[in-house]
Ligand binder design. Structure first.
Ligand code: ZN
Length: 64
């Protein structure tokens, strides 16, 4: 019943809450670019965390 927050397609249980790794990647990119309107109090995302996420994104790209 749930929908992908990125493209509104039905959610894939393997990629909840998204429909695909691609949409999850888009979601991550939104976080990085600050597109989310919800402010994050006491953000504890370090450069190391971002590096880890970027590697995950690159891994998704190479898996495609
Ligand atoms: Zn999607």
């Amino acid at each position: 019943m749930s929908q992908c927050p990125i493209c509104s397609k039905p959610t894939n249980p393997e990629h909840k809450p998204f429909c695909s790794p691609r949409c999850r990647e888009v979601d991550l990119n939104r976080w990085f670019t600050g597109s989310y309107s919800i402010p994050v109090p006491d953000s504890d995302i370090s450069e190391e965390d971002i590096d880890t996420l970027e590697r995950a994104i690159n891994a998704l790209d190479s898996n495609n």
